[in-house]
Design a protein around this ligand. Structure first.
Ligand code: NAP
Length: 292
């Protein structure tokens, strides 16, 4: 059984990105510049955006953080997005979600110019993903593809079961694993809360991608001997064994599932660390104009 170490892979890829930025600098070329819009001061969003800004610094990107109060109107936010769309110095940008209730997230996503949408949420980029055209892949699925590649997990002809059909994880993951490329060429089943016989379906999987957001949901009886299991779930639970008083659990009951697996990712330290790295990869693509 091999443990998929997302922290290690993430550090490797960020090292490669940093080396590329050094080369761009040495050649007098433009350094990638990522911007983030943060509305309000929700603690979790502050942490996520802070992590993204720090990662930019680590690899040598330029970054700009645009802070707006949570009272900002939808039209003011859309105007700010239009400004960033036109700003030639900014290669790509993200709007940190969730947004206050009075702002339509869909309108926001659709206002971002597809060529600067490094989160890969714009319908144009989702469509390009489905058509296997160059695009910005959404960060978490992109991170999972990187892990599959770096660990050389075979995918062609395999049965892949994805649990969860969200727009940010499960649904794109199912499209990507079915594409005619590597990683891909799987026979994919996308499951959700209305799926019947989930256990039997999961038991048929060579590759199981678990993203439903229920701590330790997937027990050993869902998993075929030798399967590769990728755990996307993150649930924060109280713990009297840690200094902080809480710990993170995945969607997989790791201790009993791991012995059956060929590959397995752990929470924390598996898929999570890859998400910001994927954003950096998308931003590099944007600055090199590799997609549009
Ligand atoms: P989400 O939007 O809440 O979607 C959950 C999906 O799971 C839904 O499609 C739901 O089905 C399905 N589901 C719920 N209960 C189920 C059950 N008993 N059996 C089968 N399917 C079930 O969640 P998400 O945003 O995709 O996130 C999923 C998990 O991944 C969360 O723990 C989240 O924190 C984590 N996550 C981690 C990262 C990372 O960087 N590692 C990134 C994103 C998310 P319905 O559609 O029928 O409701």
């Amino acid at each position: 059984m091999t443990i998929i170490d997302g922290k290690k892979v993430s550090e490797e890829i960020q090292g490669e990105i940093a080396a590329e930025v050094q080369k761009l600098k040495a050649a007098g070329k433009k350094i990638p510049h990522l911007a983030a819009i943060l509305v309000g001061n929700d603690g979790a969003s502050e942490t996520y955006v802070g992590g993204k800004v720090k990662a930019c610094e680590r690899v040598g990107f330029r970054s700009t953080l645009v802070r707006l109060p949570d009272t900002v109107s939808e039209s003011e936010l859309l105007k700010k997005i239009s400004d960033l769309n036109k700003d030639k110095d900014i290669d790509g940008f993200i709007v940190q979600l969730p947004l206050p209730k009075h702002i339509s997230e869909q309108k926001v996503i659709e206002t971002i110019a597809p060529e600067k949408d490094v989160d890969g949420f714009h319908p144009a980029n989702v469509g390009r993903m489905a058509l296997n055209l160059p695009t910005y892949l959404p960060a978490t699925p992109y991170g999972i593809l990187q892990l599959i590649e770096r660990y050389k997990i075979e995918t062609a002809g395999k049965t892949c079961v994805v649990i969860g059909r969200s727009h940010i994880v499960g649904s794109p993951m199912s499209i990507l694993m079915a594409r005619n490329t590597y990683p891909g060429n799987c026979t994919v089943t996308l499951t959700h809360s209305k799926t019947k016989n989930l256990k039997e379906i999961c038991f048929s999987a060579d590759i199981l991608i678990v993203a439903l957001g229920k701590a330790e949901f997937l027990t050993a009886d869902y998993v075929k001997q030798g399967a590769a299991v990728i755990d996307v779930g993150i649930t924060r639970v109280k713990s009297d064994k840690t200094k902080t008083g809480w710990k993170l659990l995945g969607d997989v009951k790791y201790d009993e599932v791991a012995p059956k697996c060929s590959f397995i990712s752990h929470v924390p330290g598996g898929v999570g660390p890859m998400t910001i790295t994927s954003l950096l990869l998308n931003s590099l693509k944007a600055s090199k104009k590799e997609v549009y």
